[in-house]
Write a protein that binds this ligand. Sequence first.
Ligand code: ZN
Length: 225
Amino acid sequence: MLTGRCRLRLSRPLCVVALLTTAVAPAAALEPPDASRPPVRLAEARCPVTGEPVVAEHHTRLRGRRVYCATAAACDAFQRDPYAYQDGLLKQWEVLRPVRVQLLCPVTGKPVRRDVFLARHWDELYFASDEAREAWRKHPDRYRDGLARAWSFQTTCGTCEALPRADVSVQVASGPVYFCCPGCRAAFEGDRAAFLKDVTREKQANQQAWERAHGPRAPTSKPTP
Ligand SMILES: [Zn+2]
């Protein structure tokens, strides 16, 4: 059951309205993902259903995000009624909070669709269309540059806790700020300075965490203008 989506309690409101398509702004250039690495704090994550440590092979999804469980049966229980396990889920997502998110398709450079992806061992790689996913399957090496440009250190919407989208953004002096929907973008304009401060803090903290885990970005990386 995926009704009552707003029942997850979050420190900022969670907007789930995602409507209009607008101009695409580039995501920050990052190194290609190292899909062979597990999430940094996976050993600390607990199953939302049983409360036990998670087992990497057992995972499901909610709202375009991976959810780890302790057993296959726990994953099934979670899928039947995810909102019965919201407290455990939010704890797990806090422990496994990503330090970057993929916003752009590595093949087309367009905003990703969260329902078009390839599951890899430790994450999902998203695409803008089924055709793009097929192109990647056949020749992944052709899209290394696109992959490097696909990620952003802004991991939540500019005004709420939802995942940001590349096709809903505002350009500020430091680059694009992304939102989950046009309503959140409008809210940002209402108190730009305060929201921008939060976004900047989040991006800096995420970049520092990334560099602690993976080393500084290679000098050959060209930031996206
Ligand atoms: Zn939002």
